[in-house]
Every structure is written in C-alpha cells, then in structure tokens.
Write a protein that binds this ligand. Structure first.
Ligand SMILES: Cc1cc2nc3c(=O)[nH]c(=O)nc-3n(C[C@H](O)[C@H](O)[C@H](O)COP(=O)(O)OP(=O)(O)OC[C@H]3O[C@@H](n4cnc5c(N)ncnc54)[C@H](O)[C@@H]3O)c2cc1C
Length: 415
C-alpha cells in the first residue's frame, strides 16, 4: 500500500507533523525503529517554553569558555576526544552566537515559540488530555545578589526586545511558592507564561493514539534505507517489507543527518546530550512547578515517575557511551535544595538535543530531492515546538499558506 506521506521518526516532532498532515486529508504512515516518543521526546523536562525566544548561545566570554573547556562548570561537560569531529558544527555555532546572530535567531524563533502553547492545547484537547497542563510557570533560583542583578538586567532587555515576561520573587516569595525547598535563596525569577506537563513521553503517546484513532499507522522500519523509487516516490525497508509513499518527511531529531548524508545533503547538526534521573521525595514533599538551579544548570520537576532531575548540556559525539558525570556533580546540590530520597531508575537516561548552529529548526523541502521534506533540529525546545512546527511543515507540504514566513528555517541556509 502506498501512502501519501511517510513521516520518518515518531518523536514529538514526527507525531505532531503526522497529525497535521492527516488533518489536511493526507494518508500518513509513521516509520520508526521503536515506538512513539520513546527517545529524546520521552525524557525531557516537559516545559513548553513560550519564553524561549532567545536561543542558548555559544559562550563567547574567554573566561567562561576556559571554564567550560576544562569541565569546571556543572552545567556543561565536554568530551575532548569529540572536538575534531564536532569542530565544523561548533565553529558555526560560535559564529552564529554574536549579538547580531542571536537577534536573528530570536526573530526566527519568535513566531514558532509564541504559538507553541496554543498548538499544544489544540492537540491536547483533541487527544482528551488537556487537563495535564500545569499553568504554574517555572522558577529560576539564584543564591547570589550579583547573578540575580545580572539576570534581571538581561531579562529586562529581553522583555523590551521580545516581550518575554518575568517576575522578580523575593526569598520569602520563593518559600511561599515552593514550601518544600530546603535551601534558602537570595531571590528568584518566575517565568509566568511557560506551562509544563508531568510526563512528556505520555503526551507524545497520547498524540500517537489520536493519530492511530484517525486511521494512521506506525510501521517499524529503518530510515537509513530511504531511497527514491523509479516513479518518483520514496521507500524504506520495514520489518514486514518495503514501506512506500509519494512524499517523505525526515523527523529523526538527532539522527536526521544519517539519512540526509546518504542522500548527499550535508547539514551541520550536532547534539547537546543531557541526562535525567528520577528520585523519590521524603514525606509529602513536592514541587509546584519546575525549578532551575542557575548555579548548577539542572532542572528539578515533579513527574509521574518521581522528581525528575535533568542536566545541562554534554558536548560529545552523539553515539558515544553515556558519561553521566554531570548528574553525579549536581546531585549533592539538588539534595541540599530539595528532600530527594532514593534514585528510582537503574541507570541515568541519556537524551540528545538536536542542534543546528543558529538554534533554529530546519523545516521545509530538501532542495534537489522532489517530494522529500525535513522537520528537525529543535534543540532545547523540541517538546515545545513539535506541534507548531508540525503545522508549518504540513501547511508547506500541502500548498496551504504558511502561518508564518518559513524562510528562516530553510535547510540550505548553511551554504
Ligand atoms: C535533558 C533534556 C531536557 C529537555 N527539556 C526540554 C523541555 O523542557 N522543553 C522542550 O521543549 N524541550 C526539551 N528538550 C528537548 C527535546 O526533548 C527535543 O528537542 C525533542 O524531544 C526532539 O524531538 P524529536 O521528535 O525531533 O526527536 P526524538 O524524540 O529523538 O525522535 C526521533 C525519532 O527518530 C527515530 N529514529 C532515529 N533514527 C532512526 C532510524 N535510523 N530509523 C528509524 N527510526 C529512527 C527514533 O527512534 C525516535 O523515535 C530537552 C532535551 C533533553 C535531552
């Protein structure tokens, strides 16, 4: 059976694109070597970051760079051995992180980020899970007045430029918002607009179930076998034979370049790896919203599986063996901050944030490959941006007027 479209990759990005294509009358088959939302889209911090307009830049301060290079800061971890293979990506990331580059990225991100909650809400309503949204924002915690003052200055500028809201919270205010924190903080920033969910993987699965209910199907298959057929369509090898469609969309997150490379399309895709661990909490201790320890770069959030600690970024080869040293480094700080009890998972979970140098996704056609499309590279914001970028991709693929100008997301923007 030949479908209209095959969507390669059933993470948050792929399943959202599949739903939006299906809504526009296309018959769609999802292809994945696993199930829906079982990789990066399973283990993230579950925040729909509507404040995330300004990208995470490559550090340009020499002192900070040196600290990162020698693994002196817990928010980042570098594998030195990976530097030669990651250099082309890192160099472009460095170049894209000038002030002007950041402003360009923010302008590109803004239309997607601003629509992110509305697009999730629409899918959640249809999937019958809209009650999972926690409209409590998230807290950035500061121990030192100097860091807090710098953050206020930066956020004030971002509010003027991009309309990102924040509220300053006193030490007493922090205690009121999060009474189970066991450490005192100088102050905090409440980001009031972001929302969060207690299980991002379950949200992805619910979107998958909606897609199946509407007649979609998931086939196990190997995306790296993608090839064009003699009639101009696309096919991959599935567990039960060839899977064919007239058009194909690459939504393979951090693995997207595996397929594109084979088709002679080079993209500077890197991955910022991150870990999570769940913990039991002492007594009835819980958190009302995700909290970010700004000194140590980890997030703690209450999830269905326990209190989830997610780490900052590890710069390493995508497929290198896990090295969860960041988790070990920040865990003592997290235990001082909140009454964490036992680790729940047998080992830390490892995820890979798929990052292009300008911290914008690639959404649109693959130049020179008729009927082949991409939607990947959602970096730190793939849970946030899945539904909205799925909508944009579907609009472009079906010839509808796109809700925003997609020029900033062209695949060939890196030359
Ligand atoms: C620690 C951490 C915390 C994060 N926190 C947040 C957050 O709070 N908010 C937010 O918005 N984002 C967050 N992110 C980022 C977000 O998780 C990712 O951007 C997002 O999950 C990427 O989704 P995706 O669908 O592109 O990729 P994935 O979810 O990885 O999906 C890709 C799919 O492709 C499949 N696949 C790969 N190769 C093949 C192949 N050869 N053949 C067949 N199938 C294949 C995989 O099995 C997988 O199902 C976080 C990430 C990390 C690591």
């Amino acid at each position: 059976m030949t479908s209209d479209v095959m969507v390669l990759g059933a993470g948050m990005v792929g399943v959202s694109a599949a739903l939006h294509l299906q809504k526009r009358g296309r018959s769609v088959v999802l292809v994945d070597r696993g199930g829906v939302a079982e990789q990066t889209s399973y283990g993230n911090a579950g925040i729909i970051q509507v404040e995330g307009v300004v990208p995470y830049p490559f550090p340009r301060d020499v002192g900070k760079l040196a600290q990162y290079a020698f693994n002196m800061l817990p928010e980042a971890h570098l594998h030195w051995s990976a530097l030669p293979s990651l250099a082309p990506w890192l160099w472009r990331y460095f170049l894209a992180s000038t002030e002007a580059g950041q402003a360009r990225s923010a302008a590109g991100a803004k239309p997607l980020v601003l629509a992110s909650i509305v697009e999730h809400e629409a899918l959640m309503r249809e999937a019958g899970i809209d009650s999972v949204l926690r409209r409590t924002g998230y807290l950035r915690l500061y121990r030192h007045a100097r860091q807090f003052d710098l953050a206020i200055a930066q956020e004030t500028q971002d509010r003027e430029r991009y309309g990102v809201n924040f509220e300053a919270v006193t030490a007493a205010g922090v205690r009121q918002l999060e009474p189970h924190l066991t450490e005192s903080f100088h102050a905090a920033l409440l980001m009031p607009d972001p929302v969060s969910v207690p299980d991002p993987g379950a949200v992805g699965k619910a979107y998958g179930d909606l897609f199946f209910k509407r007649g979609g199907r998931l086939e196990r298959g190997e995306a790296r076998t993608l090839e064009q057929t003699s009639d101009g369509g696309w096919q991959v090898q599935g567990d039960h034979g060839a899977i064919r469609a007239r058009e194909a969309v690459v939504c393979l997150g951090p693995w997207s370049d595996d397929v594109l490379r084979k088709l002679k399309t080079w993209v500077p895709l890197g991955s910022k790896r991150g870990y999570h661990m769940h913990y039991t909490a002492r007594g009835n201790a819980t958190l009302n919203r995700p909290v970010l320890d700004t000194d140590n770069g980890y997030v703690l959030t209450a999830m269905t599986q326990g209190i989830r600690l997610t780490t900052g970024a590890e710069v390493a080869r995508r497929d290198a063996a896990p090295t969860p040293v960041q988790l070990d480094r920040v865990e003592p700080a997290a235990r001082r901050m909140f009454p964490l009890e036992n680790r729940v998972d047998p080992q830390p979970w490892l995820g890979r944030r798929p990052c292009l140098p300008d911290m914008l996704p690639a959404i649109g056609p693959v130049p020179g490959a008729q009927g082949l499309w991409v939607n990947f590279g959602h970096h730190h914001l793939g849970f946030t941006l899945g539904p909205v970028s799925g909508r944009l991709l579907a609009e472009m693929l079906t010839g509808e007027a796109p809700f925003t100008n997609p020029a900033a997301y062209r695949l060939d923007r890196f030359g």
